[in-house]
Ligand binder design. Structure first.
Ligand SMILES: Nc1nc2c(c(=O)[nH]1)N=C([C@H](O)[C@@H](O)CO)CN2
Length: 118
């Protein structure tokens, strides 16, 4: 089953980073998520209750990272992946978490993780 639900370019304002100055400001993170989901069920029922609701997931991801205030992107990504699996029943997730502007010479830097079984 290759179906998935996508969230791309989700912007999160939060405290993030390893350096002292980074704990005093907020910065923007950008998350891209691909989450395995059997879309045949909502495809037949036309009922959002059968779908992985990308609006609910987006709100939860933003809230999670704003509360967590991670030092490392790796930690933020790991915790979000666990939330998606435990709270939304997502069996497999690929999650990119980027921090635009962290390295001035780069358009963006970040991490990508995959968790679970597709
Ligand atoms: N692999 C990582 N490397 C670095 C991270 C990170 O989260 N993961 N973070 C920093 C600093 O916070 C940096 O973004 C400040 O510009 C450095 N390297």
């Amino acid at each position: 089953m290759a179906d998935s639900v996508l969230i791309e370019g989700l912007m999160i304002e939060t405290v993030v980073g390893v350096y002292d100055w980074e704990r005093e400001v907020t910065q923007t993170l950008v998350a891209d998520l691909e989450m395995a989901w059997d879309n045949r069920v909502p495809g037949a029922s036309d009922n959002v209750a059968d779908a992985l609701d990308y609006a609910l997931v987006s709100d939860r991801v933003v809230g999670c990272l704003q509360q967590l205030q991670p030092k490392l992107l790796e930690h933020g990504a790991e915790v979000v992946a666990r939330v998606l699996q435990q709270e939304f029943g997502v069996g497999w997730v690929r999650l990119k978490l980027r921090k635009p502007g962290a390295v001035p010479a780069a358009q963006s830097v970040g991490v990508c993780i995959e968790r679970g079984v597709r």
